[in-house]
Design a protein around this ligand. Structure first.
Ligand SMILES: Cc1cc2nc3c(=O)[nH]c(=O)nc-3n(C[C@H](O)[C@H](O)[C@H](O)COP(=O)(O)OP(=O)(O)OC[C@H]3O[C@@H](n4cnc5c(N)ncnc54)[C@H](O)[C@@H]3O)c2cc1C
Length: 366
């Protein structure tokens, strides 16, 4: 780690109680919750580019009810409640609810969901399913409503709101290069700008960059790897009453938007560098085609590329909120596991619980 001589001026700067590095969905929601919950702490939110233009911008971003572990199910329910409250307070935020149908064959193991699911028939009048290949062997399960969040719009709104708080500063185009310990146990963040940032506590929420930055790599590489994620597009208008259609066995879903379907498919390429040029491969395209051939050959004509990026995945598929392995008072929050938007409110709450000794600060509920 780079150690710099600090000037007397830098040492005297009162700085921030909490500095959050990384302006993706996890960093922004942590800053937002901290600002609402602890109105008397000074907060800095630092992003190396524009807010929300990391992994978060690519998220489809569906909050399905399927949960890989009990904890993920609990975090998902908590996050849903948070997003719904946010949408109630501000109905213009890009958060909407859509019904979801899980589709598989009758041999599928029972789906682990956080809510009750009920079996439905393909001709159920509540739903228009654009799947021409459904047979009696398929099992259709209605899972209630799920949330669809447009992450970039949400992040921009929340950062706009954060900028109105007197105790919060948001820095964009500011890359944090290293963290060092100052006298009196305070932390100093060296940046690519002419200024540094002084803080009592730091959260590093670098998303898939966590595995490549010298500040975080050695803390997370023991339990995380980056995996590619692919979303294709079907350039055809979804029918009215079209639900989200989730294929659990294939780990894929069709999400209807106003003018097209987003088709999220699984890709098993690992150890991806977020700064390298990522491509949708022929294997990815074939994988998507196979799913459509199985359930909806009628949609094959509209099949096209859309987004490819990566996310940080943990070995147990749960989010990673851990202390830094060398610096006390520095925590790391990552491990979106391809569902970081869905879980971000709960990840933010967990990170804050670790970071802020509540007895020292006035606390509001949000
Ligand atoms: C194609 C695709 C589809 C997806 N679909 C879904 C979905 O349907 N539902 C869902 O919940 N999730 C989905 N995801 C996953 C979701 O996008 C991620 O889990 C989530 O965005 C991770 O958020 P984050 O804040 O950890 O990371 P990021 O959004 O990557 O944020 C990290 C930020 O840190 C910044 N940064 C990095 N280094 C520094 C530094 N040194 N100094 C300052 N800033 C720095 C980066 O610029 C970046 O903005 C999808 C992802 C992809 C790629």
């Amino acid at each position: 780690m780079k150690v710099q001589e600090l000037s007397a001026e830098q040492t005297a700067d009162p700085g921030y109680d909490l500095c959050i590095v990384g302006g993706g969905i996890i960093g922004v929601l942590t800053a937002y919750q901290a600002a609402i919950t602890y109105p008397n702490i000074r907060i800095a939110l630092v992003e190396r580019g524009e807010f929300g233009l990391g992994a978060s911008q690519y998220a489809a971003a569906l909050s399905s009810t399927l949960a890989s572990t009990v904890l993920v199910g609990e975090l998902s329910s908590e996050s849903d409640r948070f997003y719904l409250n946010l949408a109630r307070e501000n109905p213009t935020l890009p958060i909407r609810q859509l019904p979801i149908i899980y589709v598989g064959d009758s041999s599928d193991p029972i789906l682990h969901t956080t809510r009750t699911i009920t079996e439905v028939k393909p001709d159920d009048p509540r739903f228009s399913l654009p799947l021409s290949q459904l047979t009696n062997a398929h099992r259709l399960l209605y899972g209630g409503d799920v949330l669809h969040i447009e992450p970039l719009g949400l992040i921009k709104s929340l950062v706009g709101k954060l900028r109105t708080f007197a105790n919060v500063n948001c820095f964009k185009y500011t890359s944090v290069e290293s963290v060092q310990i100052m006298p009196e146990d305070k932390l100093w963040l060296n940046t690519n700008r002419v200024f540094g940032i002084k803080a009592e506590q730091v959260l590093l929420a670098l998303g898939p960059w966590s595995l490549f930055h010298q500040m975080t790599r050695s803390s997370v590489e023991v339990s995380c790897r980056n995996k590619k994620i692919v979303t294709m597009r079907l350039d055809v208008s979804p029918p009215g009453n079209c639900p989200v259609i989730f294929f659990p066995k294939e780990d894929a879903f069709l999400l209807p938007t106003d003018e097209q379907f987003l088709f999220s498919i699984r890709s098993d390429e690992w150890d991806i560098q977020p700064d390298q040029k990522l491509l949708i491969s022929d294997a990815d395209r074939r994988n998507g085609r196979r799913i459509l051939e199985r359930y909806a050959p009628n949609l094959l004509d509209y099949y096209d590329d859309r987004d490819v990026f990566c996310d940080c995945y943990s070995s147990n598929s749960e989010p990673v909120i851990i202390p830094h392995n060398r610096l006390s008072k520095v925590f790391i929050a990552t491990g979106g596991n391809g569902r970081g938007v869905r879980l971000a409110p709960a990840i933010a709450r967990m990170a804050l619980t670790k970071l802020i000794p509540t007895s020292n600060y006035t606390q509001n509920s949000y």
